[in-house]
Design a protein around this ligand. Structure first.
Ligand code: MN
Length: 313
């Protein structure tokens, strides 16, 4: 009988509370926000952000809500696996990993890549410099991406700005867009490598797994066998690191192309430099061009417009 402790934000805890709304217990332990009882698991969420899962089914129940952080004051030291819900020795399995880039950038698309890394290829990929892309500069990422794209099977999906804006305006959340793209990219890779099957599929986690499957439930096909979610998954298996590098490469190339059509360099991110660049673009080409370049619902759109208005005065 195991215990699992997760540290979660208040908004995530309120999601949990509504998820367990049918199983809430009236009597609250001191300091707790809610307590619920499922078959085989007692769940208690505290004001500190700690959520305690107790009972024979605690690991399964906790895994709905992502993995425990490595720094957590964990009681479980029994397995060799550093991440709660993943099979032991996970980093050495043959895995499809998937990751996305561009979700926080005002300019440019969302790029999602799923990539298959066989265990036999892990040493070679390490040799080629594949690791967490957050530790890598763009020029290095481009060099590695060029090396690995002919070695590993992968699928790249690019959600261009115009389509993104249409979906967003129709009421689709960015989380749902991402889930649909991840699912499709993974299916594409499964198709490519068939009849071989991966030992596991690891998605760099951006929502709770229950939300993910809710998002994709109306898709024609859903990859769900051996699917795992983890935050910081790039550091857990090279397949996610490779996917991330390929997704960033595609994103950087796309931004460069946008810069060529705009006639000036397009900045990444969502800071004040993108407001300036968008204002410049509007002054040069008019407002109508904006949906082809940016994610319109970002606050940067209004900031850019007020810069334009100031400059026109
Ligand atoms: Mn990610």
């Amino acid at each position: 009988m195991g215990n699992v402790v997760l540290n979660r934000s208040m908004s995530e805890i309120s999601k949990m509370k509504s998820y367990y709304s049918g199983q809430i217990i009236d009597k609250l332990p001191p300091g707790s926000i809610f307590a619920a009882k499922t078959s085989g698991c007692m769940i208690t969420a505290y004001k500190s952000g700690k959520v305690l899962f107790q009972g024979s089914n605690s690991e399964v129940e906790a895994s709905r809500w992502g993995v425990a952080e490595a720094s957590k004051p964990s009681t479980s030291t029994k397995t060799g696996s550093p991440k709660g819900n993943l099979p032991a020795g996970f980093s050495q399995l043959s895995v499809i990993g998937s990751d996305e880039v561009g979700t926080g950038d005002f300019f440019g698309p969302i790029t999602v890549v799923a990539a298959y890394v066989r265990k036999e290829d892990i040493p070679l990929l390490k040799e080629l410099g594949v690791k967490d892309s957050k530790d890598l500069k763009d020029d290095k990422i481009i060099a590695i991406a060029k090396d690995i794209k002919s070695i590993i099977p992968f699928s790249l999906l690019t959600l261009k700005n115009e389509k993104y804006n249409q979906l967003q305006q129709s009421g689709m959340s960015q989380g749902k867009m991402k889930a649909i793209l991840h699912n499709q990219a993974i299916l594409n890779v499964l198709d490519k490598i068939a009849p071989v099957k991966p030992e596991a599929i690891l998605i760099d986690q951006f929502v709770q797994s229950s939300t993910y499957f809710q998002h994709v439930k109306n898709q024609k096909a859903i990859a769900k066998e051996n699917v795992y979610f983890s935050t910081k998954a790039e550091g857990i298996h090279l397949a996610v690191a490779a996917a991330s590098i390929l997704a960033r490469y595609a994103f950087v190339q796309y931004i460069d192309q946008l810069g060529e059509t705009a006639g000036f360099k397009i900045p990444k991110g969502a800071g004040s430099q993108v407001d300036e660049a968008a204002a410049k673009l509007i002054l040069k080409k008019g407002c109508d061009i904006l949906p082809q370049y940016v994610k319109l619902h970002f606050a940067n759109t209004d900031k850019a417009m007020s810069l334009v208005n100031k400059k026109r005065k």
